[in-house]
Ligand binder design. Sequence first.
Ligand code: ZN
Length: 301
Amino acid sequence: MAMDERALRFKVFDYLRARSVEEGGIFDGRELNAGITIDDRRLTLKGQNGIWYPAGFSLPISITTVANGPYRLDDMGDGILTYAYRGQDPEHRDNRGLREAMRTRTPLIYFKEVHRYRYQAIWPLIIIDDDPSALCVRACVDPAYENLQPSTNPLDIPLSPIDLRRYAWAQTRQRLHQEAFRDIVVTAYDQRCAVCRLRHPELLDAAHIVPDSDDRGTPIVQNGLSLCKIHHAAYDHDILGVSPDFEVKIRSDILKERDGPMLLHGLQELDGTKIALPARASDRPARERLEFRYRSFLGAS
Ligand SMILES: [Zn+2]
């Protein structure tokens, strides 16, 4: 692999890292297809095909799975991604590229569609096994490669022991689930707080309706509310409740307090208003979940 290709690859990782911090780790598919500019070069990060080479690259930069698509063979639950070849021919250029990435231990990006054209970026993905008879490769995220430098030959770094890889993946997986849940919920509410309509993504969270400490507190959109930081904390502390009819309720003792504008406009005046709902009916909060949570709010009142 040419040195400039290797350097560009690491600059792409830097770009993803910076953007993940700013935007919660989930990327718009159109932006990835349109590409980014690095050192005056336009680099597309993924394409229509599952295995993607930016123009001029000798090795793939990414592999992609779409929700319900053909490539993903399992959910990476144990930290191993089984990824299907393109087509049936092990010698297809895309499949050879995966094999060459394995041989040189070149890190790739795994773009996983979490919902409607929103992709989670997972890297550095290392291909550890090639299985032509099953028409697939196997890959993992290895912590030993997290801080790989462009000047280091990846073959000089041994793969981590499997126990360490599993442990690191369990941590990563939890963060990925949280990021995906936040993105699904905040996107469903059109990037605003359901209670006060604030539109600053960096101030928005996905609140669980049934708490995640409860078995039924699953991270699905129907168990989420897009709330700003203040309203999320108020909801979690039963200062603010949402009735099964989508009505905002402020706890009675809070209504009697006298304080500054934040209490007045940010809480008291919202009592009796309706929350904003997702445009898609299927994304709306489940009534029985709201009811379950509302009972705990009434108990606190
Ligand atoms: Zn709010």
